[in-house]
Design a protein around this ligand. Structure first.
Ligand code: SF4
Ligand code: F3S
Length: 106
């Protein structure tokens, strides 16, 4: 499966969702996650993300491993998102912030 990592938090560009052939992105207030039970490993979403937030699960950086479980858990909680939405007004300000787990709203 593919995994959305910390870069997505408060950037939430949603470019990724329109290319997913199986609608496995789920949207929360400040980030998106991928449902590991639905993802078919096609990889097309990776290049769509302007902040490189998406990785295959076996290539998730060491300091982002907790996002594997976080995607699985929150995909059960958040609704499917398959239409692009306007990014947050301050999304660009968050691109360079690396430590932003505390901004994940469930
Ligand atoms: Fe969807 Fe393919 Fe990305 Fe999985 S790898 S989330 S199936 S676009
Ligand atoms: Fe997040 Fe990148 Fe998609 S910022 S919403 S994973 S395009």
């Amino acid at each position: 499966t593919y995994v959305v990592t910390e870069s997505c938090v408060r950037c939430r560009y949603t470019d990724c969702v329109e290319v997913c052939p199986v609608d496995c992105f789920h949207g929360g207030p400040t980030m998106l996650v991928i449902d590991p039970q639905e993802c078919i490993d096609c990889a097309v979403c990776v290049a769509e993300c302007p902040v490189d937030a998406i990785y295959p699960d076996d290539e998730v950086p060491a300091d982002q491993q907790d996002f594997i479980a976080l995607n699985a858990r929150l995909a059960q909680q958040w609704p499917v998102i398959n239409r692009r939405e306007e990014a947050p007004a301050d999304a660009a300000d968050w691109e360079s912030v690396t430590d932003k787990r505390d901004q994940i709203e469930e």
